[in-house]
Design a protein around this ligand. Structure first.
Ligand SMILES: [Zn+2]
Ligand SMILES: [Zn+2]
Length: 187
């Protein structure tokens, strides 16, 4: 298979990590703490990080023999919709990242698949794919406004929280409908 050449990374892009300051000596460490705007479509169908929201990167970059190990957390706000009652959800998410990025032309680079181990481009690391994977794995596919959300009455669409405990839509047999009107008149 021909080697896939990714488009060049922009060192100024918010989710591109520059490792120029990190010596290529196993054990060398740098921390990256910064706030960056969230990219578009970071999340799943019903819940996700709004585009442009503050993402808080708290990462550790460690030189290993064939590349850089990135670990730490990324946190940010999430907004979505309850899968049961459609109420708005405002929450936050913290995702853990642990990903190895191989140096170009290292043994790892030449002997592994890009799906298994990330790749560096020169001194640059593109954090976005790993971040997307981590966010998708962390967010619930079926979010709830609260754990025990009872949802909506299927008959009238009103939230069960706003209905009396004995709420029901009992079908009155048409043969008795006249009788029930009669009783009402007597009341
Ligand atoms: Zn709900
Ligand atoms: Zn109802």
């Amino acid at each position: 298979m021909p080697k896939h050449t990714p488009s060049p990374l922009n060192p100024r892009s918010p989710l591109v990590l520059d490792t120029r300051e990190l010596p290529r000596r196993p054990g060398a460490l740098r921390t990256v703490k910064r706030m960056v705007p969230a990219p578009a479509d970071l999340g799943v169908e019903l819940i996700g990080v709004p585009e442009g929201a503050d993402l808080d990167l708290d990462l550790r970059l460690e030189s290993v023999s064939e590349g850089v190990l990135v670990s730490g957390t990324v946190s940010g706000p999430v907004r979505g919709e309850c899968g049961r009652c459609l109420r708005e959800i405002n929450d936050s998410v913290v995702v853990r990242i642990q990903e190895l990025y191989a140096y170009e032309n290292s043994t790892t680079d030449t002997t592994t698949d890009e799906d298994e181990v990330g790749r560096m481009q020169g001194d640059l690391i593109d954090l976005e794919p790993a971040l997307r994977d981590a966010v998708v794995l962390t967010l619930p596919t079926n979010p709830r406004c609260r754990e025990d959300c009872p949802g909506l009455c299927p008959e009238c669409g009103v939230h069960w929280d706003e209905l009396p405990a004995d709420h029901s839509h009992q079908q009155i047999d048409p043969r008795w409908a006249g009788l029930s009107q009669l009783t009402r008149k007597e009341e």
